[in-house]
Design a binder for this molecule. Sequence first.
Ligand code: KIV
Ligand code: ZN
Length: 513
Amino acid sequence: MTDKLIIFDTTLRDGEQSPGASMTREEKLRIARQLERLRVDVIEAGFAASSNGDFEAVKAIADTIREVSVCSLARANDRDISRAAEALKGAARSRIHTFIATSALHMEKKLRMTPEQVHEQARQAVRFARKLCSDIEFSPEDGYRSEPDFLCRVLESAIAEGATTINIPDTVGYAVPELFGEFIRMLRERVPNSDKAVWSVHCHNDLGMAVANSLAGVMIGGARQVECTVNGLGERAGNCSLEEVVMAVRTRRDYFKLDLGIDTTQIVPASRMVSQTTGFVVQPNKAVVGANAFAHASGIHQDGVLKARDTYEIMRAEDVGWAANKIVLGKLSGRNAFKQRLQDLGIALDSEGEVNAAFARFKDLADRKSEIFDEDIIALVSDESVTADVEHYRLLALSQHSETGERPHAKVAFAAGTVEHHAESDGNGPVDASLKAIESCVKSGAELMLYSVNAITSGSTESQGEVTVRLQHAGRVVNGVGADPDIVVASAKAYLSALNKLHSTTERVAAQR
Ligand code: KIV
Ligand code: ZN
């Protein structure tokens, strides 16, 4: 048992399974670079066998990331495992994470397999994976609801076949902290070769206890790896939140007595990047990364903090990266300064053409906004007109008229492939009119599930508005994000970005299916 806690980040795999959070290869690569700066120990880059897109994303991350181990998920079969190994070929360090469900409910109703068949498949999968990679993680899906005797036998076999990490998922977020911690301890005590593997926990947040359960798995159970995601992103209520686990262990080192490899000053930049990329907004009162996490509104608290910071603050905002919100560039900044800032932010655009496109957009923004912050630059490069991402629909121009007592009207010009469209519509407000104008041409039939606006940088009306639009169509849910100082323009961009995602045909196989 080591006294280091391994942080296994699954934002790009389990986080991405959240409806609407799917990311392009370039977006995943950008986040992977940020996770490398954050110095997580393992990046689960995706589920290589689930789609060609996911395979390419895992491969690109494996070929790029040098400082962190890169992992791919694989179901417990030879094809999935071979695809994972193939995608990970270029990695400096790699891990294959193979899984099969072990609860009676999942085996009978989902897999339609007997426990003996599942046991044998788990054994074969680990044996096969171990021939292709020396670092193998095995997960019994729905492990927490599995029958303990059976689970112990499967885990013993997995370790005997060469699994180096045993990860126990609470797949449906059913656990409570004390019981979960005792469950992990029981497994470690009863599996005869348990000391040959690192034990890990993977908790979902359906009852809001993913972080507490994970920490109980560590303290009571003796787990030394926690699987988590930035902002707790993930299916349903999400996964265990990386920033909360990391800051709990670091702030209460007196209790946990565990080391971490994390550079905590990269937490807020990572949180912003994930939120801006996926369109999953962080609630203001979210621990560590919420906009209010370090804001003191009451007079008594403000007075206390001014006199002695630790009266009301247990962490320092700058230690988690809040101080990074600084002016970086302005109207007079040149291309080299811009390129350097991209590099400092870890944003590698693939070609000079992309740098030029981003610089043109930067100049355009600097004309309208005097102070450009890091967040503005991140939003700018997320814009599909900069990256080489699939970009069928593109906004060309928008004008709208609204006056008190009159029904707003919008005219929108946009490209669909090589064809230019002009559309106009009335609406309840200028945003409504603009989206209706686009929809009158595209006729997507998609249902608008969510519309939200946020200021990218706080404290001024000059800030860019960042709009998230969630659309649902034919069983698919997608998020589109758009940023602009004009929120009507940001809304049209967000709508077109969501339509682009619906337009792309890439489908994935969800891990739990
Ligand atoms: O929640 C879960 O069970 C998973 C497994 C695939 C590890 O994500
Ligand atoms: Zn999961």
